[in-house]
Design a protein around this ligand. Structure first.
Ligand SMILES: *[C@@H]1O[C@H](CO)[C@@H](O)[C@H](O)[C@H]1NC(C)=O
Ligand SMILES: *[C@@H]1O[C@H](CO)[C@@H](O)[C@H](O)[C@H]1NC(C)=O
Length: 386
């Protein structure tokens, strides 16, 4: 009796901590964009093993359909998003071509590799050309149709958008899509998403809306908040504000029920002297805050309790990306797998960040095309070459 009475609090604490630990491990889940513009990056098989064994990263997004990477992730259980190159969009409007495309790019790897999304192009509305914009939704429908003809029903089709699709985002309650794109492309696309239960993909980057005055708000640090007087909601971080701006714009067209995926977001850990916001501290603060926030399931002020699949950009520092030093230093990891900073993403507790900074150094300019991510405010654009 004495014994058990003495032991029960210990037992209770033990059970409670077990529950907490299990809760913690179950809840932490995050995606990363696995870009490959580096001449020093590890082999895909090493990357797959590292992510599976050492990190809480349970999904990746590729900017292409790299067969070596798809093969390497077979059997890992890690979810994989592939991206259709922009140039394929016109041909993919033909279902026969779409079936061939799936036979060549998806079938050899599916279902051993858990491909769950096909992203059709990248930020097409923002970058054009108009011919691709006009054909985008038809290509998405055609790919979806080809997938079902191939008996594949668990791969969803989407297309990531920069926040240049928004005409305004502040306050979020008044946000709307740019006219022209709203009814012309986005409403038919959202209709497609509703019919096929696929998500609308957006790339919200508080980084590109950075201003020193809003630094804490952008970086998930304590701040005074932003009050939306039309909804009486207070925003404590810019990520939520951008997500709610997207949500309100969707709702305005009648599609508030469609799921949203944050397909790209991140913060560089190093930049040029004119990019003083690019520091290890800021990158850790943003990506760490993001990981905790999206894993918590709290949602946003206008979407309470909703979870958003979120993909950090990016996995590695990429020394062959063109553009400023910041572009090459978005990575959570260096090519040798050492974390650039610790955000609690490693299994088995924190790992000491590399003691000395070894940034990705500029490489010869790559031939990659430029693509920009606009400031949430439409007037300015921040070029983001890739
Ligand atoms: C589109 O299809 C045409 C005709 O089959 C082919 O010549 C062309 O190379 C294709 N384009 C791409 C980007 O695959
Ligand atoms: C916001 O609060 C004000 C003042 O309390 C109130 O008059 C108004 O109806 C509220 N608006 C909404 C949308 O809740």
């Amino acid at each position: 009796m004495e014994m058990s009475r003495r032991q029960s609090p210990n037992l209770a604490i033990f059970l409670m901590s077990t529950v907490l630990i299990q809760h913690f491990t179950v809840v932490l889940s995050i995606g990363v964009n696995y870009g490959t513009l580096g001449d020093n990056l590890p082999q895909p098989a090493q990357v797959a093993q590292f992510l599976k064994e050492k990190t809480f990263i349970d999904r990746i997004k590729l900017f292409d359909v790299n067969p070596d990477i798809l093969r390497a992730f077979a059997g890992t259980g890690i979810l994989v998003t592939v991206t259709v190159p922009n140039g394929e969009i016109p041909n993919l409007t033909d279902v026969r071509y779409a079936r061939r495309w799936i036979n060549v790019n998806i079938k050899p790897f599916y279902p051993q590799t858990k491909i769950n999304y096909i992203a059709v192009g990248n930020e097409i509305l923002h970058w054009g050309p108009q011919e691709l914009i006009d054909k985008l939704v038809t290509a998405m429908r055609s790919l979806h149709h080809a997938l079902s003809l191939s008996g594949i029903n668990d791969i969803k089709v989407s297309s990531p958008h920069s926040l240049g699709i928004l005409a305004s985002s502040q306050p979020p309650s008044t946000a709307r899509f740019r006219s022209g794109w709203d009814k012309g492309t986005l409403a038919p696309m959202l209709q497609f998403h509703r019919e096929t239960k696929s998500p609308f993909m957006v790339n919200p980057y508080p980084y590109f809306g950075y201003s020193p005055k809003m630094a804490n708000f952008a970086l998930f640090r304590p701040n005074r908040g932003y009050f939306d007087r039309f909804t009486n909601k207070t925003y404590t971080n810019m990520f939520d504000m951008l997500m709610d701006a997207v949500y309100m714009s969707m709702r305005r067209l009648g599609y508030g029920d469609v799921d949203i995926v944050a397909a790209e977001t991140g913060w560089p850990s190093l930049g040029e002297t004119f990019e003083p916001q690019c520091t290890v501290e800021n990158a850790a603060s943003y990506n760490g805050g993001l990981l905790r926030h999206v894993s918590s399931g709290a949602g946003t002020p206008l979407m309470p309790g909703r979870k958003f699949e979120t993909y950090i950009f990016g996995l590695f520092n990429e020394n062959q990306k063109s553009g400023s030093l910041a572009e090459k230093n978005f990575g959570l990891f260096r090519p040798d797998f050492t974390p650039v900073y610790d955000i609690g993403i490693m299994r088995g507790g924190p790992v000491q960040p590399h003691p000395t900074p070894s940034p990705a150094l500029p490489a010869a300019p790559s031939k990659g095309k430029k693509w920009c991510v606009p400031n949430p405010k439409p007037a300015t654009q921040h070029c983001r070459p890739t």
